[in-house]
Design a protein around this ligand. Structure first.
Ligand SMILES: Cc1ncc(C[n+]2csc(CCOP(=O)(O)OP(=O)(O)O)c2C)c(N)n1
Ligand SMILES: [Mg+2]
Length: 330
């Protein structure tokens, strides 16, 4: 089997980043530490069956989310995808509804309809949720962007997806239409090299996902997803294009799937040496900050995760009848 790690990053990724000030870097570090803490918590709970369902770990991919979210504004709307809890946490969503959603409790963001396969929603933060099947983020993200254009609403829409999902028809159908209509849409791909047990290297006819955008006249940039500052810079460049009214842009953040596809997948199909060169995104971010500040951030984040976990566990389990709620607009 060939290695799954892409071997080159676009030159654009080396361009000077729009400045992130110290406060922004500390916020990014704090949210990355929260995301890692929630990841550790869910791994423990998956192992001891505290919740039922599948957990798709996002460990090691936090840099993509915090870099992306640092470049978004309050009017932007986001279609999240299935891996990890990094996206809502990086956006600043409260932890209790995130954790309680995984547990299927009424204090979860979907009132108990999550449970194992969470669909976190925070309308005020522009977190619109995730679709039930892969690739819906393209279509629904395109719809959000269309609504912004037609109704004159500010901000952009973001459609998040993995490398495997870039092979779905929805990727192409939405992108060609969004490009034709110049919709304010950002495609953000986390390329972790795997779609369950199928490697990107063995299944993609193109060396990158970024280059596929060119077929529709859309700029695509590949960036190091382990470096949140580089991701932020790439998204800022993409959104400058979108904000100027030129239509969609695509950013492909190259990252690693540190664990199996789901918690419990031992991943024995993976080639030796695949993780060579791996850098922990939290370490990459920490290197830009004062070590004592990083230590305080990690301690505070751990305490916040522990307190939120306790509150989440105290929430009631809903009555089964809630599955009939919200089937129609109310
Ligand atoms: C339409 C559809 N096909 C298949 C699945 C099952 N499935 C869930 S995750 C996944 C792999 C997705 O790979 P990728 O897009 O690279 O994201 P990653 O899991 O690596 O983050 C698959 C095939 C699904 N949920 N929806
Ligand atoms: Mg993948």
């Amino acid at each position: 089997m060939t290695t799954t790690k892409p071997d080159r990053l676009d030159e654009a990724a080396d361009q000077t980043a729009p400045a992130l000030d110290n406060d922004q870097l500390e916020t990014m570090m704090y949210r990355a530490a929260l995301a890692r803490g929630v990841e550790d918590l869910f791994a423990r709970w998956a192992a001891d069956n505290t919740f039922q369902g599948w957990w798709h770990p996002g460990r090691g991919q936090e840099g993509c989310a915090v870099g992306l979210m640092a470049a978004l504004g309050p009017d932007d709307q986001i279609m999240w995808y299935h891996r990890g809890a990094n996206w809502p946490i990086a956006r600043g969503m409260a932890l209790e509804p995130i954790i309680a959603d995984l547990l299927g409790r009424t204090n979860g963001s979907t009132g108990g309809k999550g449970g194992g396969a969470p669909h976190w929603v925070d309308w005020d933060l522009g977190l619109i949720g995730s679709g039930g099947t892969l690739g819906t983020a393209h279509v629904l993200g395109g719809g959000l962007a269309l609504a912004k254009q037609v109704l004159g609403r500010p901000g952009i829409a973001v459609a998040g997806f993995g490398d495997g999902t870039a092979s779905r028809g929805t990727f192409h159908e939405t992108l060609i239409q969004a490009a034709a209509w110049k919709l304010p849409l950002l495609y953000f791909c986390e390329n972790n090299g795997w779609a369950v047990g199928t490697s990107f290297a063995d299944s993609s006819p193109t060396a990158t996902i970024a280059e596929r955008a060119a077929a529709y006249g859309v700029p695509g940039e590949r960036v190091d997803g382990q470096d949140p500052v580089a991701v932020h810079a790439a998204v800022m460049r993409a959104r400058a294009h979108i904000d100027a009214g030129h239509g969609p842009a695509l950013v492909e953040a190259v990252t690693y799937r540190v664990g199996g596809h789901y918690f419990g997948d031992v991943g024995n199909y993976r080639p030796d040496g695949e993780m060579d060169g791996y850098r922990d995104p939290l370490d990459v971010l920490a290197a830009r900050l004062d070590p004592s500040v990083v230590e305080r951030i990690r301690t505070d984040a751990d305490a916040e995760v522990a307190a939120a976990a306790e509150r989440a566990l105290a929430g009631p389990i809903p009555d089964g009848d809630i599955i009939f709620d919200h089937l129609y607009a109310e």
